[in-house]
Design a binder for this molecule. Sequence first.
Ligand code: NAD
Ligand code: MG
Length: 387
Amino acid sequence: MKIVSVLGATGSVGLNTLKLLQNSKQNFKVLALTANSNYKILSKFAKILNAQYAVIADVEYLPKLKVALKDTTIKCLAGQDSIIKVATLKTDIIFSAIVGMAGLKPTIWALRNTKVLAIANKECLVSAGNILISQAKKYNTKILPLDSEHNAIFQVIDNNNVNEIKEVILTASGGPFWQKNKKQFKNISVREALIHPNWKMGKKITVDSSTLMNKFLEVVEAAILFKLDLKKVKILIHPDSLIHGIVNFIDGTSILIASKPDMKIPINYALHWPIRKKNKFSNLDLAKIEKLVFYKPDLEKFPALKLIRYLYNNKFYECKLIVINAANEIAVKNFLEKKLNYLDIVNLIKKTLNNFKHRVVKSLNDVIVIDNEARKVANKLLNNWYN
Ligand code: NAD
Ligand code: MG
């Protein structure tokens, strides 16, 4: 039996994980589930999966969580420190599925006492990738990506010689707007941006997918995870999301990884890694799929992808990544609250980047300080944005 914990258990990735665990109770023992404020779903699944701990970040909800779990032996805890505490308990696999930089400390701490860190949280990988990788090495923990593209590529190049790889290609659905006329972008509403053609996900990543900021983050994520030069990570628009990643090798061979667009497939792979387990997922029926189409992304329509150029000049590379990620988190939050126009999401990121005093990043503390500072710069810019 594998011991498993899920950080961010009530989100889109988290719930997909819990549903798989529910169908595979004989193989897993659930140690801890955590959530931000949704005590109802947290308590429901803590009971179903007979978890040992249910942890809510927002202390205000602790009394309600306790009432919901009063007839059980499940231990109820609250606060960010409690999330970190349960993240360090010994597990075979722990899921990092909190959204944004709120997941950073639990993810870092989780690396100490688990065999596998199954990571969905790309914001942490982008902002503190090198620290995560070096901690994983120190504690002999395997980092296994859940992001569908990276999970696909992991299945091909884990243990492969990086020198044999010419480039990797991440596919992008293109989100809801890739065919929309650029002139209409300025009026895009929150409601429109939250409709994703292929995936049902949390709000933040859904907006990121529409601006293609998600793909920017994923390019960096791939470079970090697979130790590749940024220039070796490419993007293709593939609206059907059936091919998730492509690895082009130096000998002219390419491996394409295909599956239905369902996050349960990469999550299930991670749960059972290093073995593959028979399940109910069907493979693609290629004879029924008339064609697979791919397009080059339009950088003029999606300026988020141009941000990659800020990184080619390697100076303060890590600092720039923290700032871009933090500014994007602030921009998306304000867009969702209808305080920022759609096109200004990337404008705010660029302006924050240009207004920031970049410096060398040496430690986790540097990451946290720079992240906070970047948020302050972005918020200050926002205060005068439409004046
Ligand atoms: P979501 O918004 O649906 O869920 C986020 C989870 O984090 C929830 O359980 C929430 O309670 C918890 N959380 C939020 N703020 C918190 C805080 N301050 N403290 C503690 N917990 C907090 O998000 P999601 O779509 O599941 O995405 C999670 C992560 O996985 C993101 O980084 C996203 O980019 C990545 N990802 C998601 C998908 C997907 O299919 N949803 C695919 C690939 C990668
Ligand atoms: Mg992805």
